[in-house]
Design a protein around this ligand. Structure first.
Ligand code: ADP
Ligand code: ASP
Ligand code: MG
Length: 412
């Protein structure tokens, strides 16, 4: 199935396909936990299972690579960081077979997950669900490596941190499944990260649009592209806890997740680099050229601020930390003698809610609340349903707590 086409190609599918389950790193974090996951699969019989590497493993692999180089947009990097998923697939398959389920262990190549060749952050183009479907039809339970794909010419790729959520939804779409359950280590999607703010409350039904903003602003409970794909393909996306019986959170299409609320959630991202480029009087150093240079490298820029002064143009912008060295490298090559400064000691705090569309003064209230707590705002970004502020990293937990108290706790 081509994920960019509008046609759902699931003609090969002769009978309805059940849900796809995805288990994250903590859920797969030890042999005991993997046995527990196998018990869940034995009881609930998903059509296919997608897994992440065991908790900490991807970090370990990335640290090994970093000891040698910071260059990550190369095939050998992806081959390294995606290897943790192979171990997880194998262990879960062994645990399933022990319980009488015949597993069909698959890496991305066998599972037909085709991507582009943007190493370290490849995008899924298509899922050829034939092999998965054949395994299901022959009574096996496919156990598939998340976070990885394969290019048209057979090279292994990886999808970027947290990408196995996206693998699961793309695979669900590719085999014609109607539901994808993301099993993780919290009960569902909360009004903010429950590990930072104990007052956070679970959101039983969250609108796709709000979830997209929450994910893009740093709520790592779901990878952003998984939410986009689920919305596009009409797949019921549910987040549940591997370690509890809680009903979890469901993504819905309705207008607002919580009636009458202005702000539904607070998101924090500690994965930001703040880059300052310029000033420069070089006529080529303008908005269009600078950001085209970055876009050509597939670098996603978040907050952008242009200052025009006597000394020429100056830009402040933020990128994901993983893209920081690539950003400075590409700008240095394109614009000779450019002054570049990087600050990684920053984080982004955002409030999200469809209710903002119809309420004025939300930004003012957010800025006042941060100011009263001596939290300096460095840069600001807004959309119709979110306001994000770049702040110093040391203040992030406090910012989450005070904004949650200001906008979310009291509105319950
Ligand atoms: P997995 O390994 O299962 O993919 P992740 O660590 O990627 O799990 O995502 C789950 C984590 O997301 C939670 O442990 C929690 O700390 C964090 N998180 C951040 N924001 C939220 C939120 N709004 N709701 C729930 N969890 C959140
Ligand atoms: N194992 C990968 C990571 O740690 C993918 C994922 O967990 O979704 O980023
Ligand atoms: Mg995750």
């Amino acid at each position: 199935m081509n994920l960019n086409s509008t046609e759902m190609l699931s003609q090969n599918i002769k009978r309805p396909v059940g849900p796809v389950f995805k288990f994250g790193g903590t859920s797969m974090g030890s042999v005991e936990r993997i046995e527990h996951v196998a018990e869940i699969c034995l009881r609930l019989k998903p059509s296919a299972i997608v897994v992440s590497a065991m908790a900490g493993e991807t970090n370990r692999l990335i640290e090994l690579a970093n000891k040698i180089t910071t260059k990550i947009d190369v095939p050998e990097y992806d081959m390294l960081v995606a290897s943790g998923e192979q171990v997880a697939v194998s262990l879960l398959s062994l645990a399933l077979r022990k319980r009488g389920i015949v597993p069909a262990p698959m890496l991305a190549s066998k599972a037909g997950v085709l991507t582009d060749a943007q190493f370290s952050k490849a995008s899924i183009l298509k899922v050829n669900g034939g092999s998965i479907h054949a395994a299901i039809t022959s009574g096996k339970m496919p156990v598939i490596a998340g976070f990885q794909g394969v290019t048209e010419d057979g090279q292994l790729t990886s999808l970027g941190r947290g990408g196995s959520d996206t693998s699961a939804v793309a695979i669900a779409a590719g085999i014609g499944a109607k539901e994808c359950v993301i099993y993780t280590d919290v009960n569902g999607v909360y009004s903010t990260d429950p590990r930072i703010c104990p007052e956070a409350h679970i959101i039983r039904k969250i609108n796709y649009e709000e979830m997209l903003e929450m994910a893009s602003q740093g709520s790592k409970v779901l990878h952003i592209r998984s939410v986009q794909l689920a919305a596009k393909w009409g797949i019921k996306l549910v987040v549940k806890n591997t370690f509890s019986q809680d009903e979890g959170t469901e993504m819905v299409l309705s207008e607002s997740s919580l009636e009458g609320e202005i702000v539904s959630g607070v998101a924090a991202s500690q994965n930001e680099s703040w880059i300052t480029a310029g000033p420069s009087r070089d006529p080529q150093f303008n908005l269009a050229n600078v950001f085209t240079t970055l876009a050509e490298k597939k670098i996603n820029v978040d907050i952008i601020n242009q200052i025009v002064c006597e000394k020429g143009n100056k830009f402040h912008f933020t990128v994901a930390q993983a893209d920081c060295s690539a950003s400075t490298e590409v700008l240095k090559n394109e614009f000779k003698n450019l002054e570049l400064n990087v600050n990684n000691d920053v984080a982004k705090i955002s409030i999200v809610g469809v209710g903002m569309r119809t309420h004025a003064g939300v930004a003012a209230r957010m800025f006042r609340c941060l100011a009263e707590n001596n939290i300096e705002v460095l840069l600001v970004t807004t959309s119709e349903i979110k306001i994000g502020c770049l702040i110093y990293r040391g203040c992030i937990n406090k910012a989450v707590q005070i904004l949650h108290k200001e906008f979310v706790s009291l509105s319950l």
